[in-house]
Design a protein around this ligand. Sequence first.
Ligand SMILES: Cc1cc2nc3c(=O)[nH]c(=O)nc-3n(C[C@H](O)[C@H](O)[C@H](O)COP(=O)(O)OP(=O)(O)OC[C@H]3O[C@@H](n4cnc5c(N)ncnc54)[C@H](O)[C@@H]3O)c2cc1C
Length: 401
Amino acid sequence: MSKIKFSEYDVVICGAGPAGLKMACELQNKSSGAYKVLLLDKKKPWQEPVFCAEAVSADRLSEFWPLKEQWIRRKISGIYFTSPSRDRAEFYSKDCGLILNRALFHKDMADTASSMGVEVHFDALCRKVKKTADGDGAWSLEIHSLGETLEVKTQVIIDATGPGSKLSTGVPELAGMEAGDADLESGVFAVVDGVEHSPEHIELFFGSDFPGGYGWLFPRDGGEVNLGFVLGRSTANQGSSRDMLLKFINEYFPTAQIKGIYGGMIACGQSKKMIAKSGFFKIGDAASCVNPISRSGIVEAIQSAAIASASVLEWLESKSATERLEIERVALDNWINSLGSAHLQLANGKKAFSEVTDKQFNRAAKRLSRLPKEKTSLIRIFFAVLFSSPSLIWKLRSFIR
Ligand SMILES: Cc1cc2nc3c(=O)[nH]c(=O)nc-3n(C[C@H](O)[C@H](O)[C@H](O)COP(=O)(O)OP(=O)(O)OC[C@H]3O[C@@H](n4cnc5c(N)ncnc54)[C@H](O)[C@@H]3O)c2cc1C
């Protein structure tokens, strides 16, 4: 462990999840190391377990980071969609995704950032930001690291601190910014042994046991699986997530031996609030970049960092206040034009999707389970659910427009 080297930086990135790690690498790579970049996290990003089900699309991830066998737990070739009556529809494709070992993936990204010249400290809590007294527009960031409190000065701060980010709260210059709390939902899971499963499949569970969300079984290494669920925000007061998880496991997987229970928040809503202001940029969950329906946020965080890194570099190169304001305004447009507008559409249809009844799921699953798996495309599954109740077509029109 070492102390923070300098009192001034060009860019400080707060948070070393996938968003912060990708941002660090992109800035170094695209500027050929022209800027002094500091990457901070309160803990090592490879600290186990990472609170996540760790599922990603192989194709989407490889657009942004080269895949490496050593951090892939499983390659997935099928998805079971299971209705409340336990009827299963199977979707099969050569690439249904990957289950990552996120700890090793983060380590690989962190080593890459370090080797590119980014200064990294994973024992550093970012506590407070304020504009410096110099009147030069720079930020002062208060950090607690290795038992000491210190301040560093920086032109740009990247907030990659994840869902429900508090770094910009109460800072007058950052009023009205996205706070990573758009439709904050809770996800909870257990790592378990002793469950019969296919290591090449993930299984998703729908119905009133998972109001507003869905349950999952994701295979891990050896015989381990990750069993968990995410619930809609409106169910937040329906009881303890832990108790609901234990009920799910006891009912669906009575032979399971629980090794540990974990949980976290997921920022599942897309907003149109600013994500860049006054040299302060938000990415990943801190900018509410999660897919509102699938609740996937790993590749989305990485993509948001890749997009925002171009704005940050443009901002640093420009010395005009008007130009910088425009770059900040366009940062949101850039995200909306890539994934944000699809997320807005999904967020609109979310309520209607949560109103699909058990009967409708059962009817759709029965219909689909009669089809050979090769013929069960995701779109067919979607429409089978839709046509199990014609009234849903109207409610879900925002999806199919
Ligand atoms: C239970 C659960 C299951 C999930 N499953 C999936 C899945 O299967 N697939 C998928 O794609 N997504 C999944 N997600 C979502 C995914 O985990 C997130 O979208 C993704 O991690 C977002 O990346 P990020 O870098 O924006 O934030 P994070 O990964 O949350 O990283 C933020 C980092 O900031 C650090 N930090 C926070 N505050 C401070 C501070 N003040 N100072 C310094 N450091 C700080 C944290 O320690 C952390 O390392 C799941 C989420 C949960 C909760």
